[in-house]
Design a binder for this molecule. Structure first.
Ligand SMILES: [Mg+2]
Length: 296
């Protein structure tokens, strides 16, 4: 039994890292705005944040301009969606245009790169004050599954060093891919699940949800690992592609798909998946639910 697991939002609850990332993004946008606009920028940003959450299908984590995750899918996506909003409105909104230029001026290659830098800074700050954030309940469930012989490979957009430090802090045995060891997690960081294929569009529809599944880096890891189960907290990033494989390829038909529900899991996505993707098993109790499902 092999479980392919996401990291953030599966082994952690990302509320602190996300809160700090939001503070960093907003503070820098205000600081970098041209002086004559600065007084109005805080209000503008608050309005833009409301706008992206009101249209989560339009705004989100959009590297290169294509939507990889919806604005409401996890607490990080909202910050990316704010930057996506700036990108989309820079042509007609003078504040968006000014903020777009202001972000690039200090040397960020793109709004996306700025978002990534703010994310890394937020994680470093939270880790510095609170320490690593693997949840004790997740660690206990991970240990239970490892002890029972479940092979667990952690495939995350987060970097390998962070995964290594955070699991070490939680006292969970782990090795870095391609090394492997029975009874230890195998870590595959920097997985770039969010990266979409520049040469191919593959939108899958699940009721009202239209999700991009052309994710070449994630697909090659999925095919290499051939897991029996996949767990994640963000449907678009973690589960849409394995669900597509399950529906189209016999070798994937048995693969279980666990979606961990949190306070941030969008009700609209729950509703659409319940109706149009019954293969996805929503679990309200984190990795404990996964352990129960796999081990009985
Ligand atoms: Mg996640």
């Amino acid at each position: 039994m092999k479980l392919l697991s996401d990291f953030d939002g599966v082994w952690t609850h990302p509320r602190e890292e996300s809160r700090v990332q939001g503070e960093i993004v907003d503070a820098l946008l205000i600081e970098w705005a041209p002086a004559h606009l600065r007084d109005g920028v805080a209000l503008w940003v608050a309005d833009a944040r409301r706008a992206v959450l009101a249209e989560p299908d339009r705004y989100g984590w959009a590297p290169g301009g294509r939507l990889s995750a919806f604005a409401d899918e996890d607490p990080f996506a909202e910050h990316s969606a704010l930057l996506h909003y700036i990108h989309l409105h820079a042509g007609e909104d003078p504040v968006a245009a000014a903020l777009h230029d202001a972000v690039l001026a200090p040397g960020h290659d793109s709004l996306e790169a700025f978002g990534g830098a703010a994310h890394a800074e937020a994680v470093a700050r939270v880790e510095g004050s609170r320490g690593p954030g693997v949840l004790p309940s997740a660690a206990a469930s991970g240990r239970r599954m490892l002890d029972a012989g479940v092979e667990i490979v952690v495939v995350s957009n987060s970097g390998r060093e962070k995964l290594d430090r955070w699991f070490a802090h939680a006292g969970l045995p782990h090795v870095v891919h391609p090394a492997s060891e029975p009874g230890a997690l195998r870590l595959r960081g920097g997985a770039r699940k969010f990266v979409l294929d520049p040469g191919r569009v593959a939108i899958e529809r699940f009721g009202e949800l239209a999700v991009e599944t052309a994710r070449p880096f994630y697909e090659s890891i999925l095919r290499e690992e051939a897991p029996d189960a996949v767990v994640g907290d963000v449907f678009s990033l973690d589960l849409a592609l394995p669900l597509f494989l399950r529906r189209t390829e016999p070798a994937w038909r048995h693969v279980r798909l666990f979606w961990l529900l949190h306070d941030y899991s969008p009700a609209r996505i729950r509703e659409q998946l319940a109706r149009h993707a019954p293969e996805v098993e929503p679990l309200p109790d984190g990795l404990a639910g996964v352990a129960s499902a796999l081990l009985g």
